[in-house]
Design a protein around this ligand. Structure first.
Ligand code: CA
Length: 361
């Protein structure tokens, strides 16, 4: 349309009224997908990401591309999201990749590994470093196209019935913690326990377990751990910036028009920011409430963190021997993490330290 005609037809409103713009949408196919999540609806920040993605995709395609979300167990059990996407039972999944650590520890590099990057460094590694390329090469072997879709930030270290004052206090500790961190802590005498979210509280209450880690103040408060294990430790060094991921079956991904692919990636990017924003907005109030009702905040003593770090290096050395793909991606990630730590200690940390210490008027 010539500029003169455009003006005569009343600008964009005229174009829409004349039906010229919807021609784009009319030429696009109707697509209906099913998305299965690893999380129950009650975990609103985690499950909520699916609805955010679906809403944005529908809005950007005039409702032509519809994604219907199912919570864990509705059509696929929470820990079988990878299988369901890989074999095409569903077109899409939403999960955290370390759940599939047992298939290959390399999965965890797309989620979180002990002493891995913080949220900011993880995002930078994925989008400006080699993270996205390296993990996508790996996921291709599982017929999956992975898209970062959420982050929890640095998690808390969990709820303990007794204080951890020395490394020796870890010995014999029955701790609900999984995957890589469980392997690391085994070296220090911890007995890791795999328990689903809903079963943690009764196990802690009965004393079947001595401690449990979950996410952070907002998510932990909902499960009520403070009533049965009052020592609330930090930081969760096994999840310095735990990343959630959308999995798309490669066949479904390749069948999408380029415009839908771009819209889906953008929607996941929005949901990614939205999740971190929700945690950052809700954790401060939740932490205040937890402390006011009796939770005792404790940092892990430095010698404990150092012993865990050393044990992690042993687990990594063993993993490297068995798994060259893990080694290649992990080493790339560590180089990025170390540069990031170096930079963040200059401006960001100095600023944070000052703002923590200054008297606010
Ligand atoms: Ca956790």
């Amino acid at each position: 349309m010539q500029r003169r005609d455009f003006l005569r037809h009343g600008g964009l409103a005229g174009v829409l009224a004349a039906g010229a713009a919807p021609a784009f949408a009319q030429s696009q196919p109707e697509v209906k997908w099913r998305l299965t999540s690893s999380f129950p609806k009650s975990l609103d920040t985690l499950f909520g990401a699916c609805d955010e993605v679906a809403k944005r995709v529908a809005a950007a395609t005039d409702g032509k591309f519809q994604i219907r979300s199912f919570s864990a167990g509705e059509i696929v059990p929470g820990l079988q999201v990878l299988d369901a996407v890989q074999n095409g039972t569903v077109e899409m999944g939403h999960t955290i990749s370390y759940y599939f650590f047992g298939k290959d520890p390399t999965f965890a590099l797309d989620g979180a590994v002990p002493f891995g990057p913080s949220y900011r460094a993880q995002v930078a590694w994925m989008h400006q470093g080699n993270g996205l390329k390296l993990t996508r090469d790996f996921f291709k072997g599982y017929n999956v196209y992975n898209i970062p879709c959420g982050n929890t930030g640095t998690q808390m270290g969990g709820w303990f019935r007794k204080e951890i004052k020395t490394v020796a206090d870890l010995k014999g500790l029955k701790f609900r913690i999984g995957g890589f961190a469980g392997q690391v802590l085994t070296k220090l005498g911890v007995v890791p326990q795999q328990i689903a979210g809903g079963d943690i509280y009764p196990a802690l209450e009965k004393g079947t377990i001595d401690a449990a880690e979950w996410v952070g103040p907002y998510a932990d408060e909902k499960l009520g751990f403070a009533k049965v294990a009052k020592f609330y430790y930090y930081p969760g060094w096994w999840e310095g910036g735990a990343q959630l991921s959308a999995y798309v079956s490669m066949k479904a991904w390749e069948s999408l028009p380029k415009s839908y692919q771009a819209i889906l990636e953008a929607a996941c990017g929005d949901a990614h920011i939205d999740m971190m924003a929700k945690y950052d907005a809700r954790n401060p109030q939740a932490l205040k409430r937890l402390v006011s009702t009796g939770a005792q905040l404790r940092p892990f003593p430095k010698p404990v963190l150092e012993a865990c770090y050393k044990a992690a290096q042993e687990v990594y050395a063993e993993t490297y021997e068995k798994n060259p793909t893990f080694k290649k991606i992990h080493e790339d990630m560590l180089k990025f993490r170390d540069d990031s730590v170096l930079w963040f200690r200059v401006a960001e940390r100095t600023y944070d330290d000052f703002m923590t210490s200054v008297k606010k008027s």
